[in-house]
Design a protein around this ligand. Structure first.
Ligand code: SF4
Length: 93
């Protein structure tokens, strides 16, 4: 009378994929305090994909402030190596 259309294993895979997609769509905002930056270059060495020195050469600047999960790890490393806490990453969803 009642047929189960999805096995537990299949259900597990579906839920796992939904979880993975959810995590891949997380969004973050980088909050950068230029005033606190001492221009050490640690962030630009750690995450050159998103951090560079600005035209003055004595301050860093992010290329983008809004990032997704694919850019999180690199920017999180930059946040961790910054000796003055000038980089903060906030989850926005
Ligand atoms: S690591 Fe911090 S202090 Fe050093 S350049 Fe980057 S933002 Fe500035």
């Amino acid at each position: 009378m009642f047929n189960c259309l999805v096995s537990l294993e299949e259900l597990y895979k579906i839920l796992r994929d939904i979880y993975l997609v959810y995590n891949m769509t997380k969004k973050y905002k980088i909050v950068f305090s230029r005033d606190d930056c001492i221009g050490c270059g640690a962030c630009t060495n750690t995450c050159p994909d998103n951090w560079e020195m600005d035209v003055s050469g004595d301050k860093a600047k992010p290329k983008v402030l809004d990032i997704d999960e694919t850019m999180y790890s690199c920017n999180n490393d930059a946040e961790e190596v910054c000796p003055v806490g000038a980089i903060k990453i906030e989850e926005i969803n």
